[in-house]
Design a protein around this ligand. Sequence first.
Ligand code: ADP
Ligand code: MG
Length: 397
Amino acid sequence: MISKTVLLLDENETSRKFIASVLHEKQFKVLESGSSKESLIIAWRDEPDLIVFDPILSDFRGEEFIQKLRQNVRTQDTPIIALSSDPNPMRRDGCMKAGATEYIVKSSDAVSVLGETLNHIFAVQTAAPVPVAAEPEEKREGLLIVFLSAKGGAGTSSLCANLAMNVKLHEPDARVVVVDLVLPIGSIGQIVGYEGKVNLVTVADIPAEQTTGEYFRRSLPEPELWKFQLLAGSPDPEHANHLNVNRIEQIMDTLCSAYDFVFLDLGRSLSRFSLPLIQRADLIPVIVSTDQSTVQLTKTVWEYLQSQNIDEQNIYAILNRAVGLEGLTKAEAEKIIGFTIKTTLPYMGSNFTLANNFNQPIAVKFPKDTASIIFKSISDEMIKLSRRLRAKDGLRN
Ligand SMILES: Nc1ncnc2c1ncn2[C@@H]1O[C@H](COP(=O)(O)OP(=O)(O)O)[C@@H](O)[C@H]1O
Ligand SMILES: [Mg+2]
């Protein structure tokens, strides 16, 4: 049975996540959006089977949103449910007149009313009951963001940690985990000041049935100021030699289903076990520094990734001026490598290293620095992009 797709628009993220979980339980594929403009684009591009939205919008009136959908052939007949935080009967009338299929006020029984409405809509449409028993094929939910570079010193680990921290800063309810897979020595533990014993190598030695999502959420450290949870990397080459690599896939699967965001630092450890992780990534930030040799090596890595069916749309290249030299320009680097560079991070002088040495996020140590502002916008963009790619991917399957 092919599951139905629902576009869910709610500007309130907490509410949206909750409704999304209810719809997931009912076996819908959910395309989430927090913006009415974006929702119109998704609705017309992807033609979902159903649209659920809260008519309290900042861009335009809920009624107008419905009218726009009704005026377009692609959505003229799509069922639209207003799941509204406005109990006012005038609002209900307005929405129904504009063409809503149903108007449900958010209240304690909204979930059961929504369930009945969905049963009704789809029973009428397909004369078949909504499937309830089948397990969803893909349990994985969290977005996987895999950081790569072609050469050490490009800033991969610092960016991975700082961008993950920014995601948590702006989406405090999101579950975020950072995983350090750089071999033979991880460095994120050092950057965030974690000195404990829990790391990839020790976790991989625990039997698979014990390393559940619950286990990770309970046991992984949450370094002070950084807000995310950390699965630190191998502390030294000796440990790395003993890493039980067969366990990596299951550990990553579990983390992807237990967290909303999994940030993975692969550094330049391209290997047999890291390739499948790159292939399943929603977004692949590739950190490029401006020197000739890194740029040349990045070209080689990019050629290899293309040969392994990595699509450019998943690449999020960041040019990081990790050293004070001028180096190559963005345009020159793009020309050599052959992919588009999405954003550039300026040279921050010793501030960056200083923040790292103090085990502090840039956003905490230097909140007014341009880099803090750029980090925020990069992390916002990365979230948006990976969500959009995931929605697209969900439709292809
Ligand atoms: N934009 C930047 N400006 C100044 N220093 C930077 C910048 N980006 C990174 N660095 C510094 O470069 C060094 C290497 O960074 P790191 O994140 O360990 O790189 P990688 O993980 O790619 O080896 C660190 O000391 C970091 O503080
Ligand atoms: Mg590193």
